[in-house]
Design a binder for this molecule. Sequence first.
Ligand code: PMP
Ligand code: GLN
Length: 379
Amino acid sequence: PNSKLPDVKTTIFTEMSLLAQQENAVNLSQGFPDYQPDENLIKYLGDFAKQGYNQYAPLAGVKELREAISKKFNLQYRVDYHPDSEINITAGATQGIFTIISAFVGKDDEVIIFEPAYDCYEPAIILNGGIVKNVKMLYPDYEINWNEVKNLVSEKTKMMIINNPNNPSGKILKQKDIDELISIVKNTDIIILSDEVYESITFDEKPHLTLAKYPELKERTFVVGSFGKLLHITGWKIGYVCAPLDLMTEFRKVHQFNVFCVNTPAQFAISKYLQNMDDFQTISTFFQTKRDYLKNALKETPFQLLDCEGTYFLSANFGAISDKQDKDFCYWMTKEYKVATIPFSAFYKDKTDEKVIRFCFAKEQETLDKAIEKLLKIK
Ligand code: PMP
Ligand code: GLN
């Protein structure tokens, strides 16, 4: 058949997880925890299903969950989103992102994305007839060159997609980045999609700067979140989007036809769980311990580590070990050393290869130890 996505193949996450399985390797590739979430959360899920919460939820999502999200924004960032008109629950961040792009991007509309870019943005833009304009962030700093962004912006620019904290680089935006962004979008109609799924995972006391905190940005921004990351439940596929009423109204027109609503008992379980959660800092501490453990171990290897300011990914340059292409290196390391990772070239349209790979550290201590034992053998 005539393909709408001729260049798209199975995602790198699926590919590397599969290879890890085949090779019986420790899987530090695809980003997901290998430990159980809090048992209370699991209990609530069963409880709500037993109590009869098994039919369609409202289009916007379960009210209790929208209220919990509203409260969370207030507590964490002193930001107000109205639970009825400005928050919508989605089937993971992925569906939220797809729906936002579908609702606003049309034929020949340009969308600026920053590479390394998470894989689901570009196909959604292309399916809707849009044009991807990419700005590269490069090794070793992965800073945004805002002059380049300024030069790309035109009448045709419909949207900008920001991912902060960034998967895979682990970088977070600083105030100076936000200031640049504000000055670029001022006096334009550009919509911002701010993928903040790792908002609760930042390290070394560095704050997450949600775009929602800046009125000049909030009025034009969709903030996207995911409970997969916050509560260690990537398989539940519950996320959310927040935006002002006029943007949300358009979002809902599309949402009601591509999914209508999402998993009811899971939404109730999460909302009940959030009611007892008033400290969102502990999750950063939890992951910082894991980051530091892996980081200290990798210091004994020839890998050159990137600075990891947020997310649950630590990345490293392997140039001192091999001059293979990064993806070949990942295959080689999975087969020969039995540790699977993700190559950075997968996050660039032109497969830019700077010999950098990504390790996921959302893993049990034992898993990290197993991986470290193997990685220490690499010369
Ligand atoms: N955005 C980024 C940057 C991600 O890393 C992920 C998945 N890990 C998603 C979106 C998708 O989130 P979800 O699993 O909630 O669909
Ligand atoms: N977001 C996860 C990662 O970055 C992957 C999710 C997926 O497999 N689509 O590893």
